[in-house]
Design a binder for this molecule. Structure first.
Ligand code: DOR
Ligand code: ZN
Length: 385
């Protein structure tokens, strides 16, 4: 099939003129899978994916969102930033139980737990949780960086002993890479974190295996690329699809607000380039982060995009747009387990491209509250069957 302007692929259903304002995605060209090196674009069978960064919450929210992930993903790294954070092995084991109990009948899904790093975390406790298989990784939140991060780390020096121990035992550190210094512009906080915190940390403890979570800048991509070892990065669905203009298009758009905040277009393009590059240091971590609508649509709204429901459709859209459908499997299914030293999944999923956009529910219900599903405002035609 010849390359076609994406705007010509719009159908009449739900693709209003206003939707074109997320401009960059629309100006690219759409290429068929045969151009991407695949014989067939209409069906794409890939190893079942995993999500290497996921917020499931607890209680009614957990019950509402978990089925969406369990439907398409075999495993996920579960973020520990509950209202009462998951700090100890006991917390993680109990949370894992609650997740397992909330799984729909017959679902085959493995939560990989993380521990929330505090300045009081003890090296022995972390090591025991890793040895016992209760925790897969530790999460570093700079205190105040994002949702429920108040118990995070203020002074990185206070957790060096824990990090040194993790390096010894090969336990990965997942990092929310933003400084919290209010004097630093919000759009620069990732780049400044690399300079002030991450690079000094990696120089001090080079054997520590680190995942820079939800990288949002070209600076982050370049930093990972330049690294020799022990550094990888997750990329989210939403940061591959929107830039910062989306937040203010026609008015303030709280459902596009997440942290790290979406950046300029040049950064989004760098993330896309990395995602489709086949470089195994970049893999999927959706950072799907549900909040009730009333906490998003308010004077001081929470950060987070709920993407679990249509993540794979969005990614197939992105990879197809980049002429790289043949690289989707590496990004969503291979590179993550390879980095974590876990086996790749044996099951497969199939994505089918419909000739009309698939109608995703705009909102889900959680304990009587509504949660908005990420809407990239492009026609999503790929569907997991
Ligand atoms: O947008 C975000 N939401 N970024 C985070 O780092 C946390 C997450 C959440 O928990 O809501
Ligand atoms: Zn997150």
């Amino acid at each position: 099939m010849a390359a076609t302007s994406l705007s010509e692929t719009f159908c009449s259903e739900g693709c209003s003129q206003g939707r074109r304002l997320l401009a960059p995605a629309f100006q690219a060209t759409y290429e068929s899978g045969s151009k991407a090196g695949l014989g067939l674009t209409e069906r794409l069978k890939i190893t079942k994916p995993d999500d290497w960064h996921l917020h499931l919450r607890d209680g009614a929210m957990l019950e509402a969102v978990l089925p969406h992930t369990a439907k398409h993903f075999a495993r996920a790294i579960i973020m520990p930033n509950l209202v009462r954070p998951v700090v100890t092995a006991t917390d993680a084991a109990a949370y894992r139980e609650r997740i397992m109990a909330a799984l729909p009948e017959g679902a085959d899904f493995t939560p990989l737990m993380t521990l929330y790093l505090t300045e009081s975390t003890q090296p022995d406790d972390i090591a025991a949780a890793f040895d016992d298989g209760v925790a897969t990784a530790v999460k570093l939140y700079p205190a105040g960086a994002t949702t429920n991060s108040a118990s995070g780390v203020r002074d990185i020096a206070k957790v060096y002993a824990v990090l040194e121990r993790m390096a010894e035992i090969g336990m990965p550190l997942c990092v929310h890479g933003e400084v919290t210094d209010s004097a630093v512009d919000i759009f620069d906080r990732e780049a400044v974190f690399i300079e002030r915190v991450l690079h000094p940390l990696r120089t001090r403890i080079p054997e520590l295996r680190i995942v820079m979570e939800h990288v949002t800048t070209k600076d982050g991509i370049d930093y990972v690329r330049q690294s020799q070892k022990n550094l990888a990065a997750t990329l989210t669905v939403h940061h591959l699809m929107i830039n910062r203009n989306a937040l203010f298009r026609g008015g303030i758009r709280p459902h596009y607000f997440c942290l790290p905040i979406a950046k300029r277009e040049v950064h989004r393009l760098a993330l896309r380039e990395a995602a489709v590059s086949g470089d195994a240091r970049f893999f999927l971590g959706t950072d799907s982060a549900p909040h009730p609508d009333h906490d998003k649509e308010t004077a001081c709204g929470c950060a987070g995009c709920f993407t679990a429901a249509n993540a794979l459709s969005c990614l197939a859209y992105v990879f197809e747009e980049e002429g790289a459908l043949d690289r989707l499997e590496g990004f969503v299914s291979h590179f993550g387990p390879d980095w974590y030293g876990l086996p790749r999944n044996e099951e497969a999923i199939t994505l089918v491209k419909r000739d009309k956009p698939v109608g995703y529910v705009p909102k889900i219900e959680a304990g009587g509250e509504r949660v908005t599903v990420f809407d990239p405002e492009v026609p999503l035609c790929w569907e997991v069957v």
